[in-house]
Design a protein around this ligand. Structure first.
Ligand code: IMP
Length: 214
């Protein structure tokens, strides 16, 4: 099966997910908690890669699909269970989609991740494009669901919007304080969590998954 284009999910041979155990191929406890809650109504018992002591593979892919897929396949292979992984990031039109799959890397410092610095880097990069450069951007979330026999399927969600400066709001995480979703005036970091969740790229990707596999 070939991978979908980054801007959408191609028709796939969908395999249904039956009630039972599923590995969440992430060591990020926040993500695991969120995913566990989303899957609980479908009789899926989500176990994290950390609970199974699975290694965290290096994200060597150059696309969201490749990174999500490699994480899901490693976890499915090592656990013998279906496994779900996600990869997400911010794509800025005037920066040809950067920081994209390197969204988290733009925050790296010798002492950990600094999201203020990451947002500043995006703003600085935009400034080099001139005052008329588009400030349109979108968040992407790609989910990969893999089985131990190597079958994989992908689901993508997007949140479209534009970047504002300076950052506003204290809710959320990452680049939320500079991202204003279309149809809103507040940033993701100013919107109540439920309002962000209702329009977020992660929720959209999950809706696509749930519709297809249950
Ligand atoms: P990864 O998917 O764990 O590789 O991380 C992607 C990065 O994208 C995160 O560390 C965040 O900085 C950023 N990101 C993904 N989704 C969001 C979001 O909803 N709000 C703000 N930043 C996000």
């Amino acid at each position: 099966m070939s991978a979908p284009a980054e801007d959408g999910v191609v028709p796939q041979a969908i395999r249904k997910l039956t009630p039972g155990k599923l590995v969440i191929a992430s060591h990020n406890e926040g993500k695991v908690r969120e995913i566990r809650a989303l899957l609980a109504p479908y009789g899926v018992e989500a176990i994290s890669a950390k609970e199974l002591d699975l290694p965290e593979p290096e994200e060597t892919g150059t696309t969201f699909v490749a990174n999500a897929e490699l994480k899901a396949l490693v976890a499915a292979d090592l656990s013998g269970l279906p496994a779900l992984a996600d990869d997400s990031g911010l794509c800025v039109d005037a920066l040809n989609g950067d920081p994209g799959v390197y969204t988290a890397n733009w925050a790296e410092t010798p002492t950990g991740r600094d999201w203020g610095l990451a947002m500043q880097k995006v703003e600085d990069a935009l400034a080099t494009k001139g005052p008329d450069a588009s400030r349109d951007a979108h968040f992407v979330c790609t989910l990969a669901l893999a089985w131990p026999d190597g079958h994989v399927q992908w689901f993508e969600g997007r949140a479209e919007g534009h970047l504002t400066w300076p950052p506003r709001g204290v809710a959320g995480f990452g680049y939320d304080p500079v991202f204003v979703p279309f149809g809103h005036e507040q940033t993701f970091a100013e919107l109540p969590a439920e309002e962000k969740a209702a329009i977020s790229h992660r929720t959209a990707a999950f809706k696509a998954l749930v519709t297809a596999v249950f």
